[in-house]
Design a binder for this molecule. Sequence first.
Ligand code: HEM
Length: 459
Amino acid sequence: TDIRPIRSPRGAPVVGNTLQIPADGPVQYFAEVARRYPEGIFSMDIAGREQVFVYDPDLVAEVCDETRFGKFIRPPLSQIRDFTGAGLFTANDDEPVWGEAHRILMPAFSQRAMKSYFSQMLEIAQELGGKWQRADGRPVTVADDFTRLTLDTISLSGFGYRFNSFRSEELHPFLTAMQNALTEAMRRSQEVSLVTRLRHTDDRAYRESIATMRDLVDGVIKERRQGATSGERDLLSLMVEASDPVTGNRLDDGNIRDQTLTFLIAGHETTSGLLSFALYSLLRNPHVLAQAYAEVDRMLPGDSVPDYETITKLDVIPRILDETLRLWSPIPLISKVPLEDTVIGGRYPVKKGQKVNLLFRRLHVHPNAWERPDEFDIDRWLPENKAGHHPYAYFPFGTGARACIGRQFALTEARLALALLLQKFTFADHTDYRMDVKEALTFKPKDFTVRVRPRREHE
Ligand code: HEM
């Protein structure tokens, strides 16, 4: 046999590679390290644990085999459980509540459900349009406004709750609390627990952030219990009323709270990043932007209001989003764990329970799978070209049973928002922006501002 150890960057005694990892950009650092290991795999000793990073598409295919690998929560997701508990995102494969909640919530993500959320998605997208209209040529901070959009959309569609983010200059305190809690959780995942225990002040701030988020969630649930319903069966009504078709169990109050917070976070953070990176990519690629305007002018002439059917018929805009998710995947890495000791690629041994990270940031541009990998080319996503892709070189929404439940929701919302904004505005990259990624579990462009102007005035 041809067993060989997985190569790793040299570490220091005791702390291994821990101190090499920059706190403000760990995944970007892993992606840089990956350049030194063209075999598509390396390992690192982080906070006393040996972690593997994989980005060769054939090796990745093995790690996606659900008979050999599963999702078991390790840092940083184990820290995030401090506030999301056994919610869908942070539950272990073998926790029964994962399956129960998954089955209870599936109907809320059907095609029919998307159609029923559409009017609420439109309402919030129009609020964003209104804000940009009023900006009237002044710069807008892209990621902040897309965060307002996606937070208000998931909370209204999923929970009948209004954040009213567009009425306020400041971002909602929920978002500050969430950012602080995520940052602290990430930090904890990269240090030994003794150090965490010594940081008393940070710990107090962490607990306060969690309390702020939980208070908000309690308010959302209480409002519903007092009878405010949107009529449709949204996420919250399913969680409160439905039982699991398999076990007959209902979700308990603690889990409903964890799921609600999970959806308020997972349901907005990534879609906001996707839209921000999409706008960035369009400004960098004027020929693609021109195609997008042409599509919108054909499908949504004048001031026509988009309906659900029109959005499902778009072609250029969905391909812009597909390509954005390749080059700028808001979730830059996901993790799997071997169910038993095993060997990948016929040579690299990995141990039961060890964390194996799938590094999208390199996989999505791997030269074995992509021609001109760094080029933003939406024609990769034409049906005739798509068929030739490596099956495991792209999955920004994850794989298998634990793939994203909100994929259709995100894509419907993002297509609508982009279509509406392109129908109404022109954009100027007034700072000649250089991409500066901000990492806080997910990726977003930092301090990216554009000038937006209504299109009609210019015609
Ligand atoms: C899971 C990406 C939008 C809810 C995931 C995973 C990925 C992902 C990669 C798998 C994580 C893992 O394996 O550890 C994205 C991206 C989005 C997006 C790129 C937007 C562009 C959404 C939205 C919602 C959502 C809009 C809710 C409405 C969830 C949940 C899970 C999940 C609950 C956990 C699923 C489970 O394990 O059962 N997402 N997501 N996501 N996503 Fe999304």
